[in-house]
Design a protein around this ligand. Structure first.
Ligand code: ADP
Ligand code: MG
Length: 402
């Protein structure tokens, strides 16, 4: 998706007020009725309608007339709300070039006042896994207000919380700077994804270092679940940085619900898969051989029997729950998100399901109101309210500045 940040310059405080009004309305409407947007925004003399037109022009909103006249945010609109909030907070001052397109994210450079460049990751859950979501419709029926906005925000919060917790335990991860909505700001990693590296000076050392990370994660009760050459960065000094954690799972799920228990059974598989990915990549790319293919004596050897076992490692696992919750990522949120990306974790190949395009039009899950457990609905609304208050306060701040 194109993120034309120049548009930011053309957006007035009224534009942001209306955009925020739509976001607030989306707490309990999939499509927010125009009158409600107008009421929340509270602009004089029908000003809201003029602004809505402008926001549509820049594709920050989607207009839907199918049931009634209403609007919802597009990802771009959501991007701008997050960017505006972070700029107002002084986290960065400008957005630069795009440096990565992940499966479910876009990564940009952002610049701070003093010229420091950081990385901004915008989570886009649902870009590729609409099918996985469809297969989770039963689940959705009970959690109907799980929109893509909410899920992408959870993914960002999770990534931010893990990054902080992992850093505290000296794992090689980017430095977590800030997080708002679906957006995580972190330090820019110098170097390249491992997948682009054709040669290493010390492949065995790097290999052992990487396996060491997977094992040490497990010692903390964690499995990356997507630990491969795409999510390991390496620089010219052959320093390793691990990125991309929204799929990470924690053994501490075991005291949650049935789902989590079944998930727990899968953990050794996820662990083995992470390990296997690394073995495979190093075998192929750097010609490291393990005992199982010992016939070529010229190759470097690593003892295949020394493969770490998940059960041995996690016996005394010391999960990072406390650290994670400190960043606001609680077990409830972890459960919400993990239930959701479960399909993705298993990298399902259920291609018999009918294909759905993943364009803007389908990025929101239908909202069957009333089926949400009241308590959950309240919690959700409170959270969303807090965030909207923050933007409101900022919009007001802008007002006062002028
Ligand atoms: P996804 O979850 O969509 O796979 P990633 O977090 O793996 O997203 O990021 C996608 C790509 O963006 C990475 O392969 C890497 O090239 C780049 N990238 C991500 N984070 C950073 C960072 N902090 N510094 C530099 N490049 C990054
Ligand atoms: Mg990735």
């Amino acid at each position: 998706m194109k993120l034309d940040v120049n548009v930011l310059r053309y957006l007035s405080k009224d534009d942001f007020r209306v955009l925020t009004a739509v976001e607030m309305g989306m707490r309990n409407h999939e499509i927010v009725p125009s009158e409600l947007v107008d009421r929340i925004a509270g602009l004089k003399h029908g000003g809201t309608y003029k602004v809505l037109k402008n926001l549509l022009k820049y594709k920050l909103l989607h207009h839907d007339r199918s049931k009634y006249d209403g609007f919802r945010l597009t990802y771009l609109g959501y991007d701008f709300l997050a960017i505006k909030t972070l700029v107002n907070r002084g986290v960065f001052t400008g957005v630069g070039r795009q440096i990565g397109v992940g499966k479910e994210s876009d990564i940009f450079e952002v610049a701070q006042e003093d010229g420091t460049i950081l990385a901004m990751k915008l989570h886009r859950l649902g870009r590729t896994s609409f099918r996985a979501v469809k297969s989770k419709r039963d689940y959705l029926r009970h959690r109907s207000s799980f929109s893509w906005l909410y899920l992408s925000r959870l993914a960002a919060l999770k990534e931010f919380a893990f990054m902080k917790a992992l850093e505290e335990h000296d794992f090689p991860v980017p430095k977590a700077i800030d997080c708002n909505r679906h957006c995580v700001i972190m330090s820019l990693v110098q170097g390249y994804p491992m997948v682009q590296v054709k040669q290493l000076q010390n492949p065995e050392t790097i290999f052992e270092k990487i396996i060491g990370i997977v094992v040490r994660l497990a010692e903390h009760g964690l499995i990356h679940c997507d630990f491969n050459e795409f999510n390991i960065m390496i620089d010219d000094e052959e320093k390793i940085t691990m990125i991309d954690f929204p799929q990470m799972v924690s053994v501490s799920h075991q005291n949650a619900q049935m789902y989590a228990i079944s998930h727990l059974w899968l953990m050794p598989l996820y662990f083995d898969r992470d390990i296997e990915c690394i073995f495979k990549f190093f075998r192929k790319r750097f010609n490291i051989s393990f005992q199982e293919d010992r016939d070529d004596e010229t190759e470097v050897e690593v003892d295949e029997n020394s493969r770490p076992s998940f059960y041995d490692i996690t016996k005394d696992a010391n999960a990072l729950d406390r650290e994670l919750e400190a960043s606001g990522f609680t077990k409830k949120e972890q459960n919400d998100l993990d239930k959701f990306i479960e399909g993705g974790l298993e990298k399902s190949t259920d291609s018999d399901e009918d294909e759905e395009s993943d364009d803007e039009e389908q990025t929101f899950v239908s909202n069957e109101e009333g089926s949400l457990n009241e308590m959950e609905s309240l919690q959700l609304q409170e959270e969303e309210q807090k965030r909207s208050d923050e933007v409101e306060a900022e919009v007001e701040l802008d007002d006062n500045e002028k």
